[in-house]
Write a protein that binds this ligand. Sequence first.
Ligand SMILES: Cc1ncc(COP(=O)(O)O)c(C=O)c1O
Length: 292
Amino acid sequence: MSAAPIVYHNGKFVTQAEATLPLEDRGVLFGQSAYEVVRFYDGQAFALTEHLERFEHSLSVVGIPRVNELDELGALSTQLLERNQLANATVYWHVTRGAAPRSLALAAAASPTPNVFAMAYPQPKLDPMVSPASMRMMTIEDLRWGRCDAKSTMLLPAVLAREEAEANGFAGAILWRHDKAGRVVTESTQANVLFWLDDALRSHPRNEHILAGVSLTLLLELAKRRGLPVVEQAVAVSDLPRAAEIMLSGTSTHVAAVVEVDGRAVGNGTVGPITEALHADLLGEIRRRCAH
Ligand SMILES: Cc1ncc(COP(=O)(O)O)c(C=O)c1O
């Protein structure tokens, strides 16, 4: 990657220093913005349609009108990668509501133009032989807002939880919320959480409490194809010690094994067979779709 990374900013490719946002941008002032992350393998986007659909959903949840970039997100991302001489990378897209005089509710007559920008981050080339990453996680209460199904940039509670986890020597936090039944796991600070518990693959229902991961959705499908029982039902925090395997899934994470939670080993503390199998299935799907 060149010394000065090139970014996309409102229709132009410029250096990052040249791309600025107005102080009164509603994304800056209120976090009224949404983002999406698409991964490219040897120049090929993985699950672009699914990411686009979720981006549209996130933008509508946070009250941002549709932007033209959505129609050419793939082509613009490819140009961004070319300008940065990258083939294996994540492309981060961010749309803010735009700038208007500071007022919690946008004045009815105001129609600011959304600000759109994208940045590319290099990632390792896909290695089909790599094992799932092993992660030690801690549990932290999920204090995020009530619409976690939107990839909103209102990430402060996630940032604070991740910082607390890392300060305690963990790779991240498994978040929980209060349910009628007690504390249940939602997802993690950086990815979705799946459990192999009581001979079924379990994860929180894809509702407003979690981000419907593109990877999670695909993994549940791949698991069904393997004949594994799949149950979309929240898992109680008190059941964590009974889980034979716990895994994380995400565009950046792929499938990772959670080998320890709050200082207690998960299963025998190593990468389990279901995690290995689903990790291999996901990598296989990426290679099939991105022609590796
Ligand atoms: C909170 C959260 N949940 C889940 C995911 C996984 O989503 P995807 O598989 O679409 O990357 C992410 C990814 O960044 C995330 O930040």
